[in-house]
Design a protein around this ligand. Sequence first.
Ligand code: COA
Length: 210
Amino acid sequence: MAWHLATGRLLMRRFTAADADWLAALHGDPAVMRYIDDGRPVPGDVVRAQTLPAILGEYGELPDGLGFFAATEKAGGRPIGWRGTAELGYRLFPAEWGRGFATEGARALVQRAFTELQLDRVVATTMTVHIASRRVLEMAGLSLVRTFFAEWPTYIEGAEHGDVEYAVTRQAWQEAGLPVAGLTVSRADAGSRAGGHQPSSRSRSSPMPK
Ligand SMILES: CC(C)(COP(=O)(O)OP(=O)(O)OC[C@H]1O[C@@H](n2cnc3c(N)ncnc32)[C@H](O)[C@@H]1OP(=O)(O)O)[C@@H](O)C(=O)NCCC(=O)NCCS
């Protein structure tokens, strides 16, 4: 089986072309997109013609285990949403909110960033008013670094409060004692290409291609 990361309830794996329908449904949901980019749903044809091909194309350029990953329920394989690891990010179907899935996945990815990938720092940004996302970042061990005001091409409600950047260093994460029990990582090829990639902080949310 190709690379995947399993937590208690979730399986995170690379996207395939077969994920187009549910990814289009996720990005086409106004509630999901409320705090992201221009705050509007992305048309299904854009997801199929641009977003998914860009995600798949990125796998060829990034170290194994970085990029965007489909998150499915371990039991049954139901799609829950996705996570990004170059910069910590997540997007889940509204029906799955409030069940701790975002926190469970984020903790696992932070742990992996500091262990397997040997990164020194994990960062994430979100809108200041996006309380749920900020809470997930805090529960994953990240702390507020700064509030900033970036130029966005379109206004969405709450933008006047700016965006927040969160981060955690490997040392702080180790001191906080957050390691997750029972995390398993599998990969098809044993060779590790991880190491040099440093997360960046550039967008209102994890920089998912349009
Ligand atoms: C943000 C998102 C990932 C959260 O997912 P989730 O599965 O509900 O997250 P969790 O259940 O792990 O935890 C959410 C936490 O935020 C809290 N929370 C949620 N809404 C809140 C609100 N309006 N005010 C205060 N706290 C809130 C929850 O109570 C919970 O904290 P707790 O465990 O201390 O009670 C989900 O809402 C989502 O996918 N939204 C659409 C995409 C998106 O905005 N992504 C982030 C872009 S930066």
